[in-house]
Structure formats: structure tokens, C-alpha cells
Design a protein around this ligand. Structure first.
Ligand code: UD1
Ligand code: CA
Length: 489
């Protein structure tokens, strides 16, 4: 869902100052990735879809690292520093200080709740405004509420307060309605109540959740919307939850592409970053990872067992059992099985990179083929070229990298070494086993191997009594008899 017109009475505050102790990581929790993007990046994306007047992100732990990642995704965001007073309530309070004079609604999101979608949030804001509530929170009914704050309802079924797990009595802890950590507040009341929240609780923190009870105590309306899909409220606090959220996000991405016309044979083993783009009638076979800014054009078949990172795959191309990064694969080209395309590999339309072939920083022209067992680096290859099996460009002389230039319609023999810098002219051919150290003019045949010499009878003389000597002796006498018969006849 994308709202185009700015909602001038909406500000979004994203909490991302916590350390994420339970991740046991040197990387701040909100920078751990799912679907190719940091957790907080997903939250920023969703926030942007709501077209708020302002987005603020509260940081503290590893402040610079988090701020840089946030501004990388959304340069328009206001980064706010939390001070040494801990807790989600304090985080929101410092953000409010930056919203002086703002009296609209404040949507509070957590940097560690990545699966929330804009539709769920738009519905929450709608419900909040329709009820003219002072606060509206998103809750969920779960089988296992461990770790979450519990929503405690009064006798009439209204929201009474939220109790954190660590502060809950056994009876309160038994409640199965949890606080998703997502709320809409009227800014004015939020400001007033936060000033009253203390830190006298099990964690010694200023809890945002205490605001709910305070608002109710003042006789103001607080409502809760129960999420239809519990999964959208999933918070990431440890690595198991990270993997779970990643899997759910991927399932959503896979389904989105399936409904857009992409055949995905095995959703369980297909991983697609949220930043990748696939055209209708693409086919993705099992065990395939499509990452970062990869784009795949119509009719292409990718996989099985393939990883594409920042690649461009052309129409009707076929990419099998391949690992590729920053590579361009032309329309109708075939790659693999077992190909390795490194940054700067560009394969022209109808071209082929075959089995056990590595390509780096090289352009291979249209309809040209490097079919077997080759390394091609820092090379330009023209059109309709065929390199024999085992072609190696020796691009590095232990001081610098040099280029190999191969013209159009060149055919090289098997097992050639091209010692760069070197140029092979249009239409030239090279013999099997050639080591090409000098330029080859257009149309020439280059041979660099010494003429072959056969030493007759070597095996019988030097390896007498071996099987090889026996069969050789037999073959040679049969040959002699044959030659004699032919001379007589
Ligand atoms: C919080 C809620 C809990 C809810 C749960 C939902 C409180 C007190 N509790 O608990 O009711 O069920 O989320 O996921 O709000 N943060 C800051 N500054 C801080 C502390 C935290 O910015 O001083 C940020 C964290 O980076 C994180 C978010 O706030 O993005 C939530 O913090 P976390 O410590 O994970 O809270 P929970 O214990 O999960
Ligand atoms: Ca959390």
C-alpha cells in the first residue's frame, strides 16, 4: 500500500536505541538482515509507505553505525539520540522533544519488528482516529506469550494496562494477549503522560507501556486492535527469531512473485531479497538465491543451485548451478552448470559460459562461447568466437593485471594460454596447446607448440615384460604383416 498524499498529522517514531543483548552479537540488533535488508530498513520502508509528515529514528547503542544505515535507506529521516536513561518510554520522549508544537498522531514502531505491513498500520491509524482515542495499540493473541508485555483488560473488556513479563504476577503472565510494541498516540497526551512515567520496575527502565495505564487512569480512551495475522507482530530478540522472521518474509516475497506470474518450483528453498525484480514467465528452480538488486527478464530459467547477487539476467537466458555477482547475462545466453561469474562479467546475447568456467571483468560478445574448463579475466571477446576447452587468460604477471583482446569469429584450439597483454585479430585461429605470447594478426593461424617426434619402439626397449610392451609388440608385428601383404598384393 502506498499513500501518495502526505499525512500532515502523522509522525512516525522508530525505536532503535537498544543493544539487543539476546542476539549475543557485535552487530547492533536492528542491523541484522533478513530479505537482504537490515531489520530497521524494513520498518523504514513500511513507515515511508504511510507518507508521514516526519520520521524519527531513536538511536544510542552503536549510534553511528545505526545512524549511517538508517540514513542510507532513508536520507530524509531525523536521527535522534537517546540519553543514558534507559527504556522505550525515554526513547519516545527524546523523539517528542524534536516534535515541538506537533499535535497530531504519533505512530511508534520498533526497529526489531520487521514484518509489519503498511495495510495493518493504516488500519490501526484509522481505528485510532475513528474512536477519537488517546492511544490505540496493536495486540495479538498468541499460544506462547513468553517475552512480550501482556495486555490486561478490565471487567468490561477494555484495555486497562500493559504489564511487562518481568513485572507480571502469575495471573497477569497467563494472559495470552500480547503487546506488539506498535502504537498510535495523540502527541499532546503522550507528552503529558511520559513526564509522569518513572523507572520503578524490575528492569529499572522508563517503560512506554506505562503510558497506557496512566491514560486510562485519566479517564481517556485507549483501544487495542488485535492483529488478524500474528506473524506481522513478531519481534526479533534472538537469532532463532531472526531466522523465523527471515523465513516468513521470504515466503511473503516468493508468493508476491508467484502471483505476479513467476514460476517458483520450491518456495522452501528459494530465497529472494526484497530488492530483486523478476518478470512474468521467469522460472526459478530449487535452491536458488536471488539477491540485492538482481533483475531477471521474462522467460529466463534460473537454477537449480544458483546464487545471483546484483546480476542482470536477460530474456530467455538459462542459468544453471551458477554463482554470479555483479554480472550481466544477455538475452538467450546460457550459463553453467558450475560457472562462476565475478564482478564485471558481461555475456552477450546468445552467448555461452559453460562447465567449470570462471569469468572476471570481461566482456564476451554476442553468440560467443567459452564452453569448458576456462579462466577468462580482464578480457574483451568479440562476436561469434569459440574458445576451445581449457582456455586460460594469464592476466597477471605478478606486478600488474593486463588485458587480452580477442576479435570477432576467432576459434582457439583446446588448452590455450593467452599471455596478456595480447591481441588476437578477427577471424584468427590458434592450434591446440598454444601459448599465445605475441599478437596474432587477423586471419592468421597461430601455432606455438614444437612439432611432434615419435621414437619408434621406445616401450618395448625400455619397458620390456610389461603389458604395454606386450600389446605394442603384437600391434607392431600385425602392422608389419599388414604392410608386407600390401606390398605383395
Ligand atoms: C517491548 C515492550 C513489550 C512488547 C514488545 C514487543 C516495553 C517496555 N515493552 O518489549 O511490551 O511486548 O516490545 O516486541 O516497551 N529501545 C530503545 N531504547 C531503549 C530500549 C529499547 O530505543 O532504551 C528500542 C529497541 O532498540 C527495540 C525496541 O525499542 O527496537 C523494543 O525494545 P526491546 O528491549 O526489544 O523491548 P521488549 O523487551 O521486546
Ligand atoms: Ca523486542
Amino acid at each position: 500500500m502506498t499513500q501518495n498524499t502526505l499525512d500532515s498529522s502523522l509522525a512516525v517514531v522508530i525505536l532503535a536505541a537498544g543493544q539487543g543483548t539476546r542476539m549475543k552479537s557485535s552487530l547492533p540488533k536492528v542491523l541484522h538482515r533478513i530479505g537482504g535488508r537490515p531489520l530497521v530498513g524494513h520498518v523504514l520502508d513500511t513507515a515511508r509507505d504511510l507518507a508521514p509528515q516526519r520520521v524519527l529514528v531513536v538511536v544510542r547503542h552503536e549510534r553511528d553505525q545505526v545512524a549511517e544505515a538508517v540514513l542510507g535507506v532513508s536520507p530524509e529521516v531525523v536521527v535522534v539520540d537517546q540519553d543514558e536513561i534507559p527504556g522505550t518510554g525515554r526513547a519516545v520522549e527524546v523523539a517528542l522533544d524534536q516534535l515541538d508544537g506537533f499535535d497530531g498522531d504519533v505512530l511508534v514502531l520498533s526497529g526489531d519488528v520487521p514484518l509489519l505491513d503498511a495495510d495493518t498500520l493504516a488500519a490501526l491509524i484509522d481505528a485510532h482516529r475513528t474512536a477519537a482515542a488517546a492511544a490505540t495499540l496493536l495486540s495479538a493473541i498468541v499460544d506462547d506469550p513468553t517475552g512480550y508485555g501482556r495486555v490486561i483488560r478490565d471487567a468490561d473488556g477494555g484495555v486497562d494496562r500493559i504489564v511487562e513479563q518481568k513485572d507480571a504476577t502469575a495471573e497477569e503472565a497467563a494472559a495470552r494477549e500480547i503487546n506488539a510494541g506498535v502504537y498510535v498516540f495523540r502527541a499532546t497526551e503522550l507528552r503529558t503522560e511520559l513526564a509522569r512515567v518513572g523507572t520503578a520496575n524490575a528492569q529499572g527502565e522508563k517503560y512506554l507501556t506505562d503510558v497506557i495505564g496512566l491514560l486510562r487512569g485519566d479517564g481517556l480512551t485507549v483501544s487495542a486492535t488485535v492483529a488478524a495475522d500474528v506473524a506481522v507482530t513478531l519481534g526479533v530478540n534472538d537469532r532463532a527469531q531472526l531466522a523465523d522472521a527471515g523465513k516468513r518474509l521470504n515466503a511473503r516475497t516468493v508468493r508476491r512473485w508467484q502471483l505476479a506470474g513467476v514460476t517458483i518450483q520450491d518456495p522452501d528453498t528459494t530465497w529472494i531479497d526484497v530488492t530483486a525484480t523478476l518478470a512474468p514467465d521467469v522460472t526459478v528452480l530449487p535452491n536458488t538465491h536471488i539477491q540485492r538488486a538482481t533483475t531477471i527478464a521474462a522467460g529466463a530459467v534460473v537454477g537449480p543451485d544458483t546464487s545471483l547477487v546484483d546480476c542482470e539476467v536477460g530474456e530467455d537466458a538459462r542459468v544453471t548451478r551458477t554463482d554470479a555477482t555483479l554480472a550481466v547475462i544477455g538475452a538467450g545466453a546460457t550459463v553453467g552448470p558450475f560457472a562462476y561469474l565475478r564482478p564485471g562479467a558481461v555475456l552477450g546475447d546468445g552467448g555461452k559460459v559453460g562447465t567449470f568456467v570462471e569469468i572476471k571483468n570481461s566482456t564476451i560478445g554476442a553468440d560467443s562461447k567459452v564452453p569448458h574448463l576456462s579462466y577468462i579475466g580482464d578480457t574483451t571477446i568479440g562476436e561469434r568466437v569459440n574458445l576451445g576447452a581449457g582456455a586460460i587468460t594469464a592476466n597477471y604477471d605478478d606486478l600488474a593485471k593486463h588485458r587480452t583482446e580477442i576479435g570477432d569469429e576467432v576459434h582457439s584450439g583446446s588448452h590455450n594460454v593467452f599471455v596478456a597483454p595480447v591481441r588476437i585479430g578477427d577471424g584468427a585461429k590458434t592450434g591446440a596447446g598454444a601459448v599465445i605470447r605475441k599478437d596474432v594478426p587477423a586471419g592468421a593461424l597461430a601455432l606455438s607448440v614444437a612439432p611432434q617426434r615419435n621414437v619408434e619402439g621406445w616401450v618395448e626397449k625400455n619397458r620390456p615384460g610389461t603389458g604395454a610392451a606386450d600389446v605394442a609388440a603384437r600391434a607392431r608385428s600385425a602392422q608389419k604383416a599388414d604392410d608386407g601383404a600390401q606390398q605383395e598384393g
